[in-house]
Ligand binder design. Structure first.
Ligand code: PLP
Length: 390
């Protein structure tokens, strides 16, 4: 920890703090209005009504009907349910199209399905992380059950052109799933304007609580529950609802709907750009992944040759700075990011990449601090390496 014991949080793509208004909205549902929404007395009705309100708040955020919203336990479950539903509904269609840069919740699911005989087509991206739309178009065929693409990449922030993708996919009447987990609050999402069959959200990425996901399923899109049991969520997702979490998700959605969206995006983008420019200037040989692509305002993925993320991240942590790498932590070491390698980075480059992601609470002062501390941390690592003779 740094001397001031302050945390400089630059990992908003990993998770966000619960907003104060969200927390106070949730609190009564832990120990006062604690009824089971399935109970038919007043206390239960209170919970059921609260879920109804949250459903309205979320549907407003994404321009959907209320009955098109299903609450789940996380973005991962929403992604799994969408893809699973499309496959179940089309037993004669045994192909899935996805991309080489999806989150592990899609990537590992489709790999598992592949082992059970489903054909998976992974559309590649350019060096900048942009999707090869031509290859996507050429891959669309009658035997495709679903196309699953992310809206914004969690590691690089690169945005996929969902409107264009929708036009291509829906012109062939194929089901389209969009993982919008990193898009909420950074891109305007309007399901009444873009034809999307399934859309996944995760509350903890937009100042709501952990443990709540949302699956938007278009009213005509088939939904086959992953979890069977009671009649919750109109038989689409069994299990007693996480009422406080759902209430918080609704409030978090409402806050975004009512926010000064465009201004927030501009402000965050300016802070990110300042940080990016300074880091590039101060760190020789470094480069930004997806720099010239259309990116969400808050994300910055930087590669610093010869500086391993697994060394730099703890070093920054000593200064109170929280950042992450796109890599999965496996058996104590960081695996190189699949996403960055799909963009053409070597394994070594991918291992030397870290991600800064900004949020609503990021300040100029925090940016200045990171600009000062990061090059210093790198110099210290280099010095140790020189002393050790490597
Ligand atoms: N999709 C993307 C793009 C993500 O970034 C994440 C989480 O990092 C998920 C899905 C999974 O969301 P959750 O953590 O709610 O399971």
């Amino acid at each position: 920890m740094n001397s001031k014991n302050k945390t400089y949080y630059f990992d908003y793509n990993a998770t966000t703090p619960v907003a104060d208004e969200v927390l106070s909205e949730m609190m009564p549902f832990f120990s006062q209005s604690y009824g089971n929404p399935s109970s038919i007395y007043g206390l239960g009705h209170e919970s059921l009504r609260a879920i109804g309100q949250a459903r309205r708040q979320v549907s407003k955020l994404i321009g959907s009907g209320e009955r098109e919203i299903v609450f789940t336990s996380c973005g991962t479950e929403s992604n799994n349910t969408a893809i699973w539903s499309a496959l179940q509904a089309n037993p004669d269609k045994r192909k899935i199209i996805t991309t080489t840069v999806e989150h592990s919740s899609v990537r590992n699911l489709v790999s598992d399905l592949e082992r059970s005989g489903v054909e998976v087509i992974r559309i590649p991206v350019s060096k900048e992380g942009e999707l090869d739309l031509q290859q996507l178009e050429q891959s669309l065929s009658d035997d495709v059950a679903v196309v699953s693409v992310m809206w914004a990449n969690n590691e690089t922030g690169v945005i996929f052109p969902v409107e264009k993708i929708s036009k291509l996919v829906k012109s062939k009447k194929i089901l389209l799933h969009v993982d919008a987990v990193q898009a909420v609050g950074k891109i305007k999402i309007d399901t009444s304007k873009i034809q999307i069959d399934y859309l996944s959200l995760s509350a903890h990425k937009f100042y709501g609580p952990k443990g709540v996901g949302v699956l938007y399923a278009h009213k005509k899109a088939p939904v086959h529950p992953l979890i069977l049991g009671g009649h919750q969520e109109r038989d689409l997702r069994a299990g007693t609802e996480n009422v406080p979490g759902i209430v918080g998700t609704g409030k978090a959605a409402e806050i975004i709907t009512k926010s000064n969206f465009d201004d927030l995006v501009i402000q965050t983008g300016q802070l990110r750009d300042r940080l990016e420019k300074a880091l590039l200037q101060e760190i020789p040989g470094s480069f930004i992944n997806g720099k010239s692509a259309d990116r969400i305002c808050n994300t910055l993925s930087i590669t610093i040759p010869n500086i391993l993320a697994e060394v730099l991240i703890p070093k920054l942590d000593e200064a109170g700075i929280c950042v992450s790498s796109g890599s999965a932590c496996m058996t104590g070491a960081l695996e190189p990011s699949v996403v960055l390698q799909a963009m053409g980075l070597s394994e070594d480059e991918a291992k030397c990449s870290i991600r800064f992601s900004l949020g609503l609470k990021t300040t100029q002062e925090e940016i200045d601090y990171v600009i000062e501390k990061t090059p210093r941390a790198i110099k210290e690592i280099q010095l140790v390496k020189i002393k050790a003779g490597n």
